[in-house]
Design a binder for this molecule. Sequence first.
Ligand code: G1P
Length: 293
Amino acid sequence: MTMKVRKAVFPAAGLGTRFLPATKAQPKEMLPLVDKPIIQYGVEEAMASGCDQILIITGRGKQAIEDHFDVSYELEKMLEDRGKTDLLAIVRNISDMMHVAYVRQKEALGLGHAVLMARELVGNEPFAVLLADDVIDAQVPCLKQMVDVFDKTQCSVLATQIVEGKMISSYGVLDVKPADGSFDGRLYEIKNMVEKPKPEDAPSNLAIIGRYILTPAIFDCLAETPAGAGGELQLTDGMRLLLQKEKMYAYVYEGRRHDTGDKLGFLKATVEFALKRDDLGGPFRDYLKGLKL
Ligand code: G1P
C-alpha cells in the first residue's frame, strides 16, 4: 500500500528575536507580506500540495495564530451587515480552509523538539514540515514538487538549494550523490548532513531549506537524539539517525525562496509580492521608479 502525505506540521513556537521590537507582543508568523500573514502562505502551500490537516506547534504569546485561522464571528457579522461581501469571503475563506490542530511546545528546545511534539497527532504516517519563515514563490508549490517525489520513492525528502560562500553556515548542509537521474536531475540521495557547519567543514553548498517530508520513523530518532548545536535538539541531528535506517532524498526545488525571518529578506519579499499583485503592482512599480536611488 502506498503512503500519502496528508498532514503538515508548522513549528511556530520560536521567539522571533530577529524581528524585535515588532515581535514583542505578536508572533513573527503573523507579520504580513503585503496583506497576508507569513504563515498563511505556508498553510496555503500545504493545502495546494494535498495536505488536509494542519498542525501548528505554538507556544506562549502565539494566540494570534489560532485566532487568525478561527471564525471571527463579530467581524463576519459586521462585514455582512455592511454588505462587504468581498471582504467577508476573504475572512471566511481562512477559517473554512482546513482543519487545524495546535500543540503547545512549552519550552523552545529546538526545531527537533518542536517536530517531536507532533508525534501523537501525526501517528504512523508520513508528514510534511514547513518552516513558515521560508516563503517559496513557485509555479508548482514547492511542497507539491516534493510530494511528487515522495509518491514515487516513498522515502523522506528534503528541499535543498545551493547557497554560496560563508552563508552556508546558517543552514543544515547536505552531503549527497546524484540519484537515478529522474526528476530532471534534481533528485539526490543523501549520504550525510550536518547542522550549521563552519564554512570549511561544510560537505557541499547544498543547504536544507524549510520544507521536509518525513516518514514517522523520525520520531524514534528524535527521541534518541541528544542536544546539538546551540544546546538545542536539532532536526538535522535526528534526520542523521533516520539516514542510518532509511534512504532519504534531497530535491532541488524549482522556485524562489525568501527568508522572511531576516529583515532584508522580508523587505525583498514584500516588494516582490507587491509588484506581482494585480491591484497594487502598477502603482507600486511607478512609485519605485520615481524614487531617486
Ligand atoms: C533551520 C534548520 C536548518 C535549515 C534552516 C532552513 O535553521 O535547523 O537545518 O537549513 O532552518 O531555513 P534556522 O533557520 O531555524 O536556524
